[in-house]
Design a protein around this ligand. Structure first.
Ligand SMILES: [Zn+2]
Ligand SMILES: [Zn+2]
Length: 203
């Protein structure tokens, strides 16, 4: 359940332009002013080079409609985490894409933990406390190594994909939506510092 934010200028009532594909986000506060956006989203890269957003909560069905499974898309390096970043100088909205793998193979990590517990308890005859603690640490280290593996796999390419400078004003200072809360930002429409980011609900 990702948090969605509302970006609204208190002077002109508008918000920075976002790609139309994400317009399906719904809010829990019922308002319709400004622009509603999540902190980011997952996208899959198609053969044509187009990044197709997988809007929450329809990620899996959207992916299947495009002819992929999570495992296939991850193996082929097509999965991206896209984060919205606002230029502090001109208020322009940017998207930063970073390669990602599957959600750290949560399921596999859990199974590994359970196997560790079972082996220690029923094979080695250790007591429950020790078996559970060992299983827990096994899960932690497996999750950590998967995270490290993913980081190493994409480190170089992700560094190249980092948002360099604003395509409009060439500034290099950006802010993500969670960090934009409570800060008056520049509005890209009326060029006054009246753009505000508030939590609009969860999607
Ligand atoms: Zn404005
Ligand atoms: Zn800018």
């Amino acid at each position: 359940m990702p948090i969605v934010y509302r970006l609204e200028c208190s002077a002109c009532g508008r918000g920075p332009g976002a790609s139309g594909a994400l317009a399906g986000y719904v809010t829990t506060d019922g308002g319709d002013r400004g622009v509603i956006l999540p902190e980011g989203y997952v996208a899959v890269k198609l053969d044509s080079g187009v990044f197709e957003p997988l809007p929450h909560p329809l990620e899996t069905s959207t992916l299947e409609k495009l002819g992929f499974t999570w495992v296939k898309a991850a193996r082929e390096g097509r999965l991206f985490s896209v984060t919205f970043k606002i230029c502090r100088k001109c208020g322009c909205l940017h998207e930063e894409r970073q390669h990602r793998d599957l959600q750290a193979g949560c399921f596999a990590v859990m199974i590994l933990g359970l196997i560790t517990v079972a082996v220690l308890k029923f094979w080695e005859g250790s007591d429950w406390g020790l078996s559970l603690i060992a299983g827990f640490f096994m899960m932690l280290s497996a999750a950590a190594s998967l995270g490290l593996f993913s980081w190493l796999r994409w480190r170089k390419q992700n560094a190249g994909l980092k948002l360099g400078c604003c395509s409009k004003c060439k500034a290099t200072d950006f802010v993500t939506l969670p960090k934009a809360k409570g800060v008056a930002l520049m509005c890209s429409h009326c060029q006054t510092e009246n753009l505000h980011c508030t939590v609009a609900g969860i999607s």
